[in-house]
Ligand binder design. Structure first.
Ligand code: TEU
Length: 538
């Protein structure tokens, strides 16, 4: 297995607008990230993934970019960004930026020109048609929006305010490569590539048999040619790391994006769990991990995450955010950091932050949720029922401000936060975690340290144990004859399980656990709710 710095890294995702506000405007900012770098370094993360901070009207929280070469004033200035990058590098860490090039903001000068007339030189920077087809977008009932100025429809995979770029146009591709070089020449260490598999569209835009299954938006012919051109023109010239956000893929498709011989991307986020598993389903999760290990291992690199700025807090969605919040947070941390692939920590995950349950749609900000609410209510559905169906998976669940301490607004801002702070901040905050040696924070820190000291966590082969068990997830990692055994009780139950013969007699060294004094009678493990154990087999 080829060894690389990025394969051995742990990524910490900073959604800066909810991270730390230093100017009191109620939004986090890049200065705030600078002031908290020591906290991230204390955790031990190697790479910071910074969500978009380019100039934007902020319809989709920065994923609608109006100027790729400037910093949104809410976030700070280019001088602030340069200082942030320098401070990250001074600490021996790396910084990757979000590459959002499937679409721009409707306020981007390119789109303003494109929509101004049919013969404008930039008309073909975007996708225009006289007649729409029946596709729906992620955020609206149709991907087509009629534009009065030229009486044609333009294509948008997301919000109306996010027109898709026409990647068939070589001038568009060169514009993007040029702005990528602008940031790479500043010294950033790579990109997280937003829905990068959507760049190519189905030729002719044929009607879909089932418009609700929007997978027609991704993985279309031409996508690999675009990414291989991007690799030739830009990526291969820098020692960087690239991770693609790639919905709708199987392991076989995924390998086409991240295969080490493909010269496209280094790794990917697939969404078989986060887009389709609303609650914990052990057998389904094991099967997904099995298929992706078989599909990628030895050929391409996987990524492991269970929450981000689009997906609600993992302890709420998959664990237990009440009686077993600490135990389940630590249990899932072991899962994500001991499975094959690169682990991502989403800000606040390291202190076990939970999802929220606001009372009214007016307390939510996410355009995806508000559009869906409007669409469903306009169909005549009961408002309360629609609202109730959306809160569990609302993206705002993971966008509430990081809870730094128990002071007003959890120490996030001296102003009015752009989104309400989770009311549980007095019990759950970083100050409390840093003062408690048994906190989730220090458990993550130990896991990251364990990875730095033991390459088996990165390059070790994976083999399941107790495959069919409903509550226990157990597996072996093996490298150069060293073997680790991971045993997780992903349930609220007390579980007794016969220890497989080969492990009950084997001498074992406990490397890390989230409970004190393990219980093992001869040949039987008794695992408490969300108990996690990592053994080195001797
Ligand atoms: O997300 C794509 C997207 O729509 C995800 O929310 C999706 O549900 C899944 O997680 C991927 O299939 C990216 C950004 O992460 C998101 O914040 C933006 O709103 C969106 O693209 C548009 O740029």
């Amino acid at each position: 297995m080829k060894k690389n710095w990025w394969k051995e890294s742990v990524v910490y995702q900073v959604y800066w607008r909810s991270f730390y506000d230093t100017d009191g405007d109620g939004y986090g900012d890049l200065e705030g990230v600078i002031q908290k770098l020591d906290y991230i370094q204390e955790l031990g993360a190697d790479v910071i993934w910074l969500n978009p901070c380019y100039e934007s009207p902020d319809v989709d929280n920065g994923y609608d970019i109006s100027d790729y070469r400037s910093i949104m004033s809410k976030a700070g200035t280019m001088e602030t960004f340069d200082r942030l990058l320098q401070e990250v590098h001074n600490r021996g860490m790396k910084l990757i930026m979000d590459l959002v090039v499937n679409h721009t903001s409707e306020q981007h000068p390119w789109f303003k020109e494109s929509r101004s007339s049919k013969d404008n030189p930039k008309r073909d920077y975007y996708i225009w048609r006289k007649v729409p087809n029946n596709w729906r977008s992620y955020f609206t009932p149709s991907v087509w929006e009629f534009d009065d100025q030229t009486e044609e429809y333009y294509f948008h995979s997301f919000a109306v305010e996010q027109p898709d770029l026409n990647w068939e146009n070589p001038m568009v591709r060169q514009e993007i490569y040029s702005f990528m070089r602008f940031w790479l020449d500043k010294g950033i260490d790579g990109f997280r590539m937003d829905v990068i598999n959507l760049l190519a569209k189905q030729a002719g835009f044929p009607d879909a048999e089932n418009p609700e299954d929007i997978s027609y938006l991704g993985n279309n012919p031409g996508i690999h040619e675009y990414l291989q051109e991007m690799h030739r023109e830009v990526l291969q010239h820098y020692d960087i790391f690239t991770v693609g956000e790639i919905p709708f893929v199987t392991p076989e498709d995924g390998l086409l994006y991240v295969g080490e011989n493909r010269r496209e991307l280094h790794t990917l986020f697939h969404f078989e769990v986060c887009d389709y598993m609303s609650h914990w389903d052990m057998q389904r999760y094991k099967e997904i991990q099995r298929r992706w290990y078989k599909g990628l291992w030895g050929k391409g690199w996987n990524s492991q995450f269970l929450n981000n700025h689009d997906h609600t807090r993992l302890v709420t969605r998959f664990g237990n955010d009440s009686a077993f919040r600490v135990e389940s947070a630590k249990c899932f941390a072991v899962l994500l950091h001991l499975l094959p692939g690169m682990p991502y920590i989403y800000q606040g995950e390291e202190i076990g932050m939970t999802g929220v349950r606001y009372k009214s749609i007016h307390e939510y900000h996410d355009i995806a949720m508000k559009n869906k609410y409007k669409e469903e209510v306009e169909k005549g559905r009961d408002r309360r029922e629609v609202f109730g169906s959306l809160v569990h998976l609302s993206r705002d669940n993971s966008r509430t401000p990081v809870q730094w301490d128990e002071s007003p607004n959890a120490g996030f801002t001296k102003g009015t936060p752009w989104i309400k702070v989770n009311p549980n901040y007095k019990e759950i905050n970083a100050a409390q975690a840093l003062a408690d040696p048994d906190s989730i924070f220090y458990f993550y820190k130990k896991l990251i340290q364990l990875r730095k000291e033991n390459q088996i966590m990165v390059y070790g082969d994976y083999q399941e144990v107790l495959k069919d068990h409903q509550q226990i997830y157990s597996f072996i990692r093996e490298l150069d004859h060293e073997r680790w055994l991971v045993v997780l009780n992903i349930s609220e139950l007390l579980v007794e399980v016969n220890v497989p013969e080969s492990f009950s007699i084997a001498r074992k060294e406990m490397l890390l656990t989230n409970y004190k004094n393990e219980v093992e009678s001869k040949g039987e493990w008794t695992l408490r709710p969300y108990e996690a154990r990592i053994y080195r087999l001797l």
